[in-house]
Design a protein around this ligand. Structure first.
Ligand code: HEM
Length: 386
């Protein structure tokens, strides 16, 4: 989006969202040939109506996944994976998430400084998802490299750079598929207590997932779950170094960690925009959208809409209710939300209890170069050991 061309605006896009929400709440951007929608009410209406606003975006380089399916296929697939991705399966991970977080922090504690992104927020979700999927620890490095390649954006604006990214992703998807195929074969003959075994067993009305569907799903978890969780943890710490009073308030009142994570998802959401395609002519906010046109719902703007949230530009660690759309809304509501919340809560609680007086080490911040993502590439801090 041309309004967000400057890096400093990508580092803090919310004033621009506000201007657009107030001046052109629903507008067509000729450059991107896409509609942009900024108000809470309109975004909510779009995400609530998957028949009119399809997720089959056509840009997908990785084949069809849950994220890009429509009903009824989506419902069927989602019910099947829900059988494996249960709240209990997620809650059982809490002790492991806690111990991984302690291990990662113990490596930097005596130094008095760390990079939140590299030392904690990136490795934590990768290790957790690898364990959840049953990837042996000896393969962790391989796994992380594939996962990085899958979420890496385009470097530069050229056609060649885009082609290079697509080619690299294709290789990573092929290698990951080969790798998971071997794991699937092992679990088929000898089931274990992991997600892959549960996916193999999941069955509805006598129907099971096909091998290729399980492979696609495992890859989707990496793409959808890792960078987003990294940015949730980093964005929470960024906020707490920008507003030290909040850091101290939550440190002395750890019972606020839960609502603080929710408020981070509202105020600094890792995903700020969600794409759909209109399946018929439809009117939104007085504008006529035509069948086949792209529609981008700016969740990062909707989450700051004063018609929905009182004092929207103030971060309230105890905000309640908090109907943010940081995990989307409707049938595609984030499947990994319970896991992301758990990781965010555990990471934040342990960070605040082990590290005192976290401060941003003034250095140039680089935004993640995607208009759909809100996050930074690294976030160095200093702290005192507690
Ligand atoms: C869907 C955000 C973490 C797996 C979504 C959507 C959003 C989102 C906004 C909806 C997309 C749409 O409507 O088109 C986030 C954020 C996360 C996070 C902000 C971290 C803070 C995770 C994790 C996993 C995950 C940890 C898995 C391990 C998925 C999947 C979908 C999804 C599979 C597709 C669901 C469907 O289409 O039915 N996520 N996500 N996410 N997310 Fe997450």
């Amino acid at each position: 989006m041309k309004e967000l061309a400057r890096e400093e605006d990508q580092l803090l896009p919310f004033p621009i969202y506000r201007k657009l929400r107030e001046s052109t709440p629903v507008r067509f951007d000729e450059d991107r040939e896409s509609w942009d929608v900024f108000r809470y009410e309109d975004v909510h209406r779009i995400l609530k109506d998957p028949a009119t606003f399809s997720s089959r975006r056509g840009l997908e380089v990785r084949g069809e996944t849950l994220l890009t399916m429509d009903q009824p296929k989506h419902t069927h697939m989602r019910n099947l994976v829900n059988k494996a991705f249960t709240p209990k399966a997620i809650n059982d991970l809490a002790p492991r998430i806690t111990s991984i977080t302690h291990d990662l922090l113990d490596q930097v504690l005596s130094k008095g400084q760390m990079d939140i992104v590299h030392d904690l927020a990136t490795p934590l979700p990768v290790i957790v998802i690898a364990e959840l999927l049953g990837v042996p620890s000896k393969d962790r490095k391989l796994f992380k490299d594939w996962s990085d390649t899958l979420v890496k954006g385009v470097e530069g604006n050229s056609q060649e750079a885009f082609a290079k990214m697509v080619a690299e992703r294709d290789v990573a998807v092929r290698e990951l598929s080969e790798y998971f195929r071997a794991i699937l074969a092992e679990r088929r003959s000898k089931p274990e207590d992991d997600l892959v075994s549960a996916l193999l067993e999941a069955e509805i009305d006598g129907e099971k997932l096909e091998e290729d569907e399980i492979l696609q799903f495992c890859i989707l978890l990496l793409v959808a779950g890792n960078e987003t969780t990294t940015n949730l943890i980093t964005n929470a710490i960024r906020l707490m170094t920008e507003q030290p009073a909040i850091q101290e308030q939550v440190r002395t009142h750890p019972e606020l960690v839960k609502t603080t994570v929710e408020e981070t998802l509202r105020y600094y959401p890792p995903i700020v925009a969600i794409g759909r395609v209109a399946t018929e002519d439809v009117e939104i906010g007085g504008q006529q959208i035509q069948k086949g046109q792209q529609v981008v719902s700016w969740v990062g703007s909707a989450n700051r809409d004063p018609d929905k949230f009182e004092d929207p530009d103030t971060f309230l660690p105890d905000r309640k209710p908090n109907a943010h759309m940081g995990f989307g809304f409707g049938i595609h509501f984030c499947l990994g939300a319970p896991l992301a919340r758990l990781e965010g809560q555990i990471a934040l609680e342990i960070l605040l209890s082990k590290l005192g007086d976290m401060q941003f080490t003034k250095s140039k911040l680089s935004p993640i170069p995607s208009p759909f993502v809100f996050g930074v590439k690294s976030y160095p801090i200093t702290f005192t050991a507690r």
